[in-house]
Design a protein around this ligand. Structure first.
Ligand code: SF4
Ligand code: SF4
Length: 362
């Protein structure tokens, strides 16, 4: 299972869709759980994957190093804005299997959402991790909002000196109230977004004709399921099923982003065992009776439970999922042929290779 460990609520940036507001009433600002307790809890699981999470977990390099030294795991993962990543130490950087760096595309949108100079800083850190010998999966993790041209930003990151192995994105939707506050005309934006996804799908299959499987995480994850017949009747992010978060006070959360919601608190490190946690928080309607559920898996537990944008807003966002799946279904027969002809292999398409915190459905 995947275990997020929330090291701190603190982050050095103030991105417009997050605003970075650490709140000690929700949980302690920094991790207060004894690392030995974490070791005892996680070491029951021989398949453990640890993902450091925040805030920005790189702000607590001391805890990252301590946990990597004391708590065994099959894979180590970190989700970070990158600003402090170089302080972790080269030998620890090399031990990660996946590093997810937050960057929203080109300089213009990244700096607009995240602050001036952030784009250059993140690229500097991406080059740094490669220069010290990191050979793992370097994921460009984008937030996609009103200023994003999805085709432009994804292709920019994909072809950036081969730095990033994968590009993944999450839509800036459904997690705030009032709804759609960062969009002047959400419906038109959605249409443009869907058109951009179609262009990306066309690019993806064109490249595949030459034996090149571009690392577009949502496409790979979904296409793998389509090719293998995998029916994913649970969340692809794994929240509440095979992914849990340890909050700074030791509570166990199904999803790492929402310690303040009761539905999300599924246990405590002092009282529960990992093997007893799955199934305590699961997606409900409208996902369970949706005809796309087998492939979508429910998209997001948090938004399914909170419904901040109401049913109408929720269904609008589902249109992006329908569109993505339909577009990939359209090219599936050609992908099957390309695999059969040996131009690409199934292994090239499989993603993620283990639950690595990439949610797959944007
Ligand atoms: S498409 Fe929408 S309703 Fe259907 S499973 Fe996904 S999130 Fe749920
Ligand atoms: S997709 Fe939703 S439920 Fe899953 S980790 Fe992200 S916010 Fe949490």
């Amino acid at each position: 299972m995947l275990y997020y460990i929330i090291l701190t609520q603190v982050c050095g940036l103030k991105c417009i869709y997050c605003m970075n507001e650490p709140n000690p009433r929700v949980m302690p600002i920094h991790l207060e759980v004894d690392v030995e307790k974490i070791r005892r809890f996680i070491s029951r699981d021989p398949e453990a994957v640890i993902c450091f999470y925040g805030g920005d977990p790189s702000m607590r390099g001391d805890l990252v190093r301590l946990i990597m030294d004391r708590v065994p795991a099959k894979h180590y993962v970190i989700q970070t804005n990158g600003v402090m990543l170089h302080r972790l130490g080269d030998s620890y950087i090399r031990r990660f299997d996946t590093i997810l760096l937050s960057i929203d595309g080109g300089r213009e949108v990244t700096d607009y959402y995240r602050g001036r100079g952030v784009y250059d800083k993140v690229l500097d850190r991406a080059r740094y991790v490669r220069s010290v010998g990191f050979r793992g999966d370097l994921v460009a993790r984008m937030a996609v909002s009103s200023k994003t041209d999805i085709y432009r930003e994804v292709t920019h990151l994909l072809f950036l000196d081969g730095l990033f192995s994968h590009v993944h994105w999450q839509l800036d939707v459904l997690w705030d109230y009032p709804p759609m506050q960062r969009y002047s005309d959400f419906d038109s934006w959605l249409e443009r977004y869907n058109e951009g996804v179609s262009r990306l799908v066309r690019l993806w299959i064109r490249e595949m004709e030459n034996g090149n499987v571009l690392g577009i995480a949502p496409f790979k994850g979904l296409m793998w399921s389509m090719l293998t017949g995998e029916r994913r009747r649970y969340l692809r992010c794994g929240s509440g099923i095979d992914a849990f978060a340890i909050a700074t006070d030791g509570r166990i959360l199904a999803c790492p982003i929402a310690p303040e919601f009761r539905f999300n608190v599924v246990g405590h490190i002092d009282r529960d065992l990992p093997e007893n946690l799955p199934g305590r928080a699961v997606v409900g309607e409208p996902c369970r009776s949706c005809s796309y559920f087998d492939l979508c898996g429910g998209r997001c537990l948090f938004t399914n439970k909170t419904m901040f944008w109401g049913e109408d807003g929720f269904h609008k966002v589902c249109r992006t999922v329908f569109h993505l799946i339909d577009e990939l279904e359209r090219i599936r027969p050609r992908v099957v042929e390309l695999v059969r002809e040996g131009i690409v292999s199934l292994g090239d398409i499989k993603y993620p290779p283990y639950t690595n915190s990439v949610e797959i459905i944007p």
